[in-house]
Design a protein. Structure first.
Length: 438
């Protein structure tokens, strides 16, 4: 099979690769262009995952047309390799010119800009898990940008700040294609990361931290591709989300154990801000939010044994999650980002992006045991998580949070409502805050 460039044909020269006319010339006499070739999945490592971490694709996203149309037509391996290289070049270009800007706190610190724009791509060349994670996150970004307007429920002007515009004509495939590639690359990233979790060193700890951030943002973004309506309680998307959190839950303890290394690396300023938040004397003054959180605490006392002294008791695990959630609401309230309504939604003032990384930091502060409760469907843990999702509305200036607050609340509510009418009542506040019917 000769190359697909068709340079010989344009110059009216015989092709030096030509071995069989029928093999290189389509029946209609036209040469097939690289853009028409199907783009294959990324190369697989030697050991395949036993199960996919995030196979659930939103039902309204169709199978990419180019894959469907050529499923029965063998594609030469050289063409597949070329197509894959073109895809990965496209993704790396988009990351380096646009996607890197959508990481938390980016516009607040030159050090953060340097870390995501320069350090992370360099580290990705050394570690497959970070490379695949970066490609997955970027593919999801392109998928968001190329969604048809009818599918994108979040494309109002004020949520486009971190999108970098919608230059959809510059991309080579439809939105559904990039979405599927994001999931495939993320599977590869997890497979590669498994072997690293138990061997965190000074050399790879910063790459592991970057991977954890990219994965967290991807997990938050995926539900936002749904329409935000309540659906079947089977909820494959949420199970996939909790599976990802379960996979990453050990990273918090790794960061604690490797803190000295992190303070010598590019993420030192991030840890400084995080500890300042943890050590701050935040007091929630918004009575609406405070009342709801007090109800969560009372429910924890009602459902779990408060006398159990074990650190990993359900009562203590949920209490830590609720206490840290109150800190997040208080920090957002005190910093002047929220109005009188607390978590009413994104503001339009000058501090649009602001220092809101603490909202994502709650996932780490809640702890590994809380993530396990989520993964196993504990009702109170799900309810606590649902109330945290309300805070995501304050991050909707980032593309990865578009519609995610509404979608997550709807997804979790659909898991809780079949458990009794009292659970419907308990989700009412969150549903109202994100604009769902109650």
């Amino acid at each position: 099979m000769g190359p697909v460039c068709a340079n010989c044909a344009r110059r009216q020269l015989p092709c030096s690769f030509l071995t069989d006319t029928d093999e290189t010339t389509p029946s209609n006499g036209a040469s097939e262009s690289p853009a028409q070739l199907p783009l294959p999945p990324p190369p697989r490592p030697r050991s395949r995952p036993t199960s996919s971490t995030l196979r659930a694709q939103p039902s309204h996203l169709p199978t990419p047309p180019d894959i469907r149309q050529t499923a029965t037509t063998p594609v030469p391996e050289s063409s597949q390799i070329q197509a894959r290289h073109l895809l990965e070049l496209e993704l790396m270009h988009h990351y380096s010119t646009s996607t890197y800007m959508s990481c938390v706190g980016l516009r607040e610190s030159a050090a953060t800009v340097n870390a995501w724009k320069r350090f992370v791509p360099r580290e990705a060349l050394k570690y497959d898990f970070l490379l695949y994670g970066l490609l997955a996150f970027t593919a999801l970004h392109i998928s968001k940008l190329t969604r048809p307007p009818a599918e994108d429920k979040s494309g109002d002007d004020k949520t486009m700040i971190m999108d970098g515009g919608r230059e959809t004509t510059m991309f080579s495939a439809p939105s559904s294609f990039y979405f599927q590639k994001a999931l495939e690359y993320q599977d590869e990233a997890f497979q590669s990361f498994r072997s690293v979790l138990d061997h965190i060193t000074q050399d790879n700890c910063n790459a592991a931290f970057a991977f954890s951030v990219l994965t967290t943002l991807l997990v938050i973004a995926v539900p936002g591709f749904e329409d935000g309506s309540e659906k079947d309680p089977a909820n494959k998307t949420m199970q996939a989300v909790f599976t990802m959190f379960e996979f990453l839950k050990g990273l918090g303890s790794i960061i604690d154990a490797s803190e000295e290394w992190f303070y010598q690396g590019p993420w030192a300023h991030v840890l400084v801000h995080f500890h300042e938040f943890q050590d701050g004397k935040w007091e929630l003054s918004n009575q609406d939010s405070l009342q709801v959180l007090r109800q969560l605490s009372s429910l924890n006392e009602e459902l779990n044994d408060a006398t159990d002294s074990a650190d990993n008791s359900k009562f203590k695990v949920n209490k830590r999650a609720i206490d840290n959630l109150e800190l997040c609401f208080a920090k957002y309230d005190i910093s002047g980002d929220a109005g009188a309504g607390g978590a009413e939604g994104p503001t339009t003032g000058g501090n649009e992006v602001g220092d809101k990384g603490h909202i994502l930091g709650w996932l780490a502060m809640a702890g590994a045991e809380f993530v396990s409760l989520l993964h196993h469907g504990d009702s109170l843990a799900l309810l606590i998580f649902l109330h945290w999702a309300v805070l995501l509305r304050n991050l909707e200036s980032f593309w990865w949070s578009h519609n995610s607050a509404k979608a997550l609340v709807a997804e979790v509510a659909s898991m809780l409502h079949p458990r009794g009418s009292e659970w419907e009542h308990r989700t009412m506040w969150a549903r109202e805050k994100v604009g769902l019917p109650w």
